[in-house]
Design a protein around this ligand. Sequence first.
Ligand SMILES: C[S@@+](CC[C@H](N)C(=O)[O-])C[C@H]1O[C@@H](n2cnc3c(N)ncnc32)[C@H](O)[C@@H]1O
Length: 244
Amino acid sequence: MDDNEVLIKSKKRVQQHGEVFTPKAIVDAMVTLPGLDEVITQPATTVLEPAAGEGAFLVNILERRLSILAEQFSDDLVRFENFSLLAISSLYGIELLNDNLKKCVINLFVTFHDFYKDFAAKFDQQPKSNVEESAKMLIITNIVQGDFLKRTTVSDSPIVFSEWAPIRLTKTTKHINVIRTEYTLQEIFQKVKREPGSVYTPIPKTEQLGLFEQQAVLPIVPIFKYLPTPITEVYKETREEIIE
Ligand SMILES: C[S@@+](CC[C@H](N)C(=O)[O-])C[C@H]1O[C@@H](n2cnc3c(N)ncnc32)[C@H](O)[C@@H]1O
């Protein structure tokens, strides 16, 4: 074990939240288990870390995915950019504590940024801002603060995840287009299938009316739909209002 690794922050946090981080050597050994390794390093394989901490497992998987993509696309920066964004888009995490969540998001982004910067330098290029903005957006959206067991966020609303489904992805695809669809964690457990592009819309709470009170006018909640978009432009969150 690395002497500088901090696995426990305080006794109180261990008692209250079971917070003991996994040493890097153990993470390495776990993610490289035969059978798991080949699947987990595929950029489109969905991985959810339900108690993400500072992202020990997610960061490790992302590092390994980026290394493989750098070898695979050693002569093609655009394909590396597209497939590394796909590799990020399929990594998800839930973490209860805000400081760990922030650290997890930063660790994932820094992992991508450092790797991308070095790879782009081989082509005498700087990281492109749309690619970095898209990476940031995917990470911030996919790593959620909440309680995995209750399936709710810290403000007690449902945990919502976005699926970023690639459209007609083939071995020769250079520019990946995705369609974003939002699902609550509860819906994912129930295997609900939504229309591609669906945006999660919370159901407005109705209050119990007194005998002589008038029926409250419910606010009209606009229903939006995400549009298919290049993965390098997902940060724009392009969507349209559905007029019914
Ligand atoms: C044992 S640590 C493991 C962290 C990370 N997976 C690792 O291996 O380093 C457990 C983490 O889960 C978080 N946690 C505890 N209860 C949780 C819950 N109900 N939902 C989501 N996260 C939770 C804690 O804050 C802590 O960061």
